[in-house]
Design a protein around this ligand. Structure first.
Ligand SMILES: Cc1cc2nc3c(=O)[nH]c(=O)nc-3n(C[C@H](O)[C@H](O)[C@H](O)COP(=O)(O)OP(=O)(O)OC[C@H]3O[C@@H](n4cnc5c(N)ncnc54)[C@H](O)[C@@H]3O)c2cc1C
Length: 487
C-alpha cells in the first residue's frame, strides 16, 4: 500500500471546512462555539417556533415595481412560483387588522371621544371645543415629517400596508433551488456589492464588483460589518439552494413527492464554497454566515424583554400561549450565550460616526429596494423576508431606541415597564424567520461536513478494495475530472 495515502487524503474535498474553525473576526466569538450552540440548542427551538401560526404567515408585496431598472427577466421554472393565501385563511386576521387601528393614535382618540364624551353631563361641549382642524397642506407636510421620522430608524422598507401586499404561508413555499441564475441574478448580487457596499479605499479591482476578503483590513469596522452581513446572507441563500436541490423531476417511487425529489447536492455545494473553485474565498463566505448569525442573535437578545411581552395574537388562546412560552424559552437560551456581538463598539466618534451611520442605513434601505428587482417570486419572497429580518435586527442594534432597555444579553436585568409598541408584526415575523434561516444553514453545513467525511472514508475503503493500481477521480479539488493514479 501507499502509506502516504493515509497521511494526506486522496482528495482535499474537506477544504471548505478545514479553515472553518477558530476566531470569527470582528468579535470575540469563534465558529466552533456557534456550531455547538446552534445545532444543539437553538436549531430545534427556532424551527419549531417558526412553524407556529404567528410566524407562518408573512404579509408582503411581491408586485412592487423594480425602482432601478426594467424588470426584464422572469424565472420560467414552476419552482419559482409562490402560493399566496386569502386574508380569511390567516388565523387571527381580524386581530391583525385591529392592531393597525390601535397603532393609529388619531383614530383611537376620535373613537374614544365619540363613545365617552356624549354621555358626560358635567362637560359643556361648546366651551370645551377643541379645534382639530388641520389644513390639507399641513396634513401633507406632517405626513412627510412622520415618514422622515420613521425612516430615521428604519433600515428597510416595510410594504405590508401596501394595497398589493398579500399573505403568504411560508410553510407552503420553502426556500430551495429554483433555477434562478444567470444575468438577472448576477445583476442583483453585483448591484448589492458594487453599488451598496462600502468599497475599500484602495480597491485595485475597479472592474471587479465583489470585495475580496484580503481587502477587508482596508475597511473600518462598520464597513466590514456591513459587507460581512450581506455576504452572510448570500451564503445562507446559496446553502439553502444546495441543501434543497432538485435532484430529480421524475416521480421515482410510491413514496416520492410528486413535484420531484429534493435533497442535498454536494457537488453544487463544493462548486460554491470550495477554496479551489472560489479563489480561496469560499471558507470566508461561510464564516460570514456565522458572523451574520451572531449579529441577528444579538438583536434578539437586545430586544428580548420587549419580545417577551408581545401577545403573538392569532385568535387561538392555546396556540398563542404556546408561542409566548416558546419565545421565552428560546430567548432564555439566547441570553445564556457567552459571547454576544458587541455593537457598542460601532459608530463611536462624533459627527463622522453619525455620517457613517446615516450612510449605513441608506445603503441598507437601497438593498431592501433592490429586492423588488429579483426576477423569481420565490427568491424575491425569501430575499425580502430575510432583508427585512436583517433590517429589523439593525434597527434594534443601531437606532438607539433599544439601548435603554434592560439588556440580558449584556448581563443587565430586563426592565419590566409597560412598553410602547415598537415593532410591527411583519418585522417580528421577519426577524425570527430570518434568524431561523441562518440557524438552518449552519445546521445544513453539519450535513455537508459529514457527507464529505463519509465520501473520504468511502474513497479510502475503495482504495483498499482495489488492487494493484486504481484510478481516482479528483473532482473535489480541481473542479474537473482529473484522474490520479495510485499504485
Ligand atoms: C435575493 C436573491 C435570492 C435568491 N434566492 C434563490 C433561491 O431561493 N433559490 C435559488 O435556486 N436561487 C436563488 N437565487 C440565485 C442564487 O443566489 C445565485 O445567484 C444563482 O444560483 C447563480 O449562482 P452563481 O454560482 O452564478 O453565483 P452567485 O451566487 O450568483 O454569486 C455571484 C458572485 O458573487 C460572489 N459570491 C458568491 N457567494 C458569495 C458570498 N457569500 N459572499 C460574497 N461574494 C459571494 C462570487 O464571486 C460569485 O461569482 C437568489 C438570488 C438573489 C439575488
Amino acid at each position: 500500500y501507499d502509506t502516504e495515502l493515509f497521511e494526506s487524503p486522496p482528495c482535499d474535498s474537506n477544504a471548505c471546512f478545514e479553515t472553518l474553525h477558530g476566531a470569527l473576526g470582528d468579535c470575540s466569538c469563534n465558529v466552533d462555539t456557534i456550531d455547538y450552540f446552534n445545532n444543539v440548542k437553538i436549531f430545534p427551538r427556532i424551527q419549531s417556533l417558526v412553524s407556529k401560526d404567528y410566524f407562518r404567515f408573512y404579509k408582503v408585496n411581491l408586485k412592487k415595481e423594480c425602482p432601478f431598472w426594467a424588470d426584464d427577466s422572469r424565472c420560467a421554472m414552476k419552482y419559482c412560483h409562490i402560493k399566496t393565501c386569502s386574508k380569511e385563511s390567516v388565523p387571527g386576521f381580524d386581530g391583525y387588522e385591529e392592531e393597525y387601528l390601535e397603532e393609529s393614535p388619531a383614530l383611537k382618540y376620535s373613537l374614544d371621544a365619540t363613545t365617552h364624551c356624549d354621555q358626560d353631563s358635567d362637560h359643556d361641549p361648546d366651551l370645551g371645543y377643541l379645534n382639530m382642524t388641520i389644513s390639507a397642506a399641513s396634513q401633507f407636510e406632517i405626513a412627510k415629517w412622520k415618514a422622515y421620522d420613521d425612516s430615521l430608524e428604519n433600515f428597510c422598507q416595510c410594504d405590508d400596508k401596501d394595497a398589493d401586499a398579500e399573505f403568504v404561508d411560508l410553510s407552503l413555499n420553502p426556500e430551495r433551488y429554483t433555477g434562478y441564475k444567470g444575468p438577472s441574478a448576477h445583476r442583483i448580487w453585483r448591484s448589492i456589492y458594487q453599488e451598496n457596499c462600502f468599497r475599500p479605499k484602495t480597491n485595485p479591482y475597479q472592474s471587479f464588483p465583489y470585495v475580496l476578503s484580503s481587502d477587508l483590513s482596508n475597511m473600518c469596522l462598520e464597513e466590514r460589518v456591513f459587507y460581512r452581513a450581506i455576504s452572510g446572507l448570500h451564503t445562507s441563500i446559496n446553502i439553502h439552494l444546495c441543501s434543497k436541490y432538485l435532484l430529480s423531476e421524475k416521480k421515482i417511487g410510491f413514496a416520492a413527492p410528486p413535484e420531484g425529489e429534493w435533497g442535498p447536492n454536494l457537488d453544487e455545494f463544493q462548486r460554491r464554497f470550495d477554496p479551489s473553485q472560489t479563489h480561496g474565498e469560499g471558507p470566508n463566505w461561510l464564516k460570514n454566515l456565522y458572523f451574520l448569525y451572531l449579529l441577528e442573535m444579538r438583536a434578539l437578545a437586545k430586544a428580548g424583554p420587549y419580545l417577551e411581552r408581545e401577545d403573538y395574537f392569532t385568535d387561538s388562546p392555546i396556540e398563542d400561549e404556546e408561542t409566548r412560552n416558546a419565545i421565552k424559552n428560546m430567548l432564555g437560551v439566547i441570553y445564556s450565550f457567552p459571547d454576544h456581538f458587541n455593537e457598542s463598539l460601532m459608530f463611536n466618534g462624533g459627527t463622522q460616526a453619525a455620517t457613517l451611520k446615516f450612510e449605513f442605513r441608506e445603503h441598507f434601505l437601497n438593498i431592501s429596494r433592490i429586492m423588488d428587482c429579483v426576477g423569481c417570486d420565490k427568491c424575491k419572497l425569501w430575499g425580502k423576508l430575510q432583508t427585512q429580518g436583517l433590517g429589523t435586527a439593525l434597527k434594534i442594534l443601531f437606532s438607539g431606541r433599544w439601548d435603554s432597555e434592560g439588556d440580558p444579553g449584556q448581563g443587565k436585568l430586563p426592565l419590566r415597564h409597560k412598553s410602547q409598541k415598537r415593532l410591527q408584526r411583519t418585522e417580528i415575523v421577519a426577524l425570527f424567520n430570518a434568524f431561523a434561516r441562518l440557524s438552518n444553514s449552519i445546521r445544513e453545513l453539519e450535513n455537508f461536513r459529514s457527507m464529505l467525511s463519509g465520501n473520504m472514508e468511502q474513497e479510502k475503503k475503495n482504495i483498499f478494495a482495489a488492487s494493484p493500481s486504481i484510478e481516482i477521480t479528483e473532482k473535489c479539488a480541481s473542479g474537473g475530472a482529473k484522474p490520479r493514479i495510485w499504485s
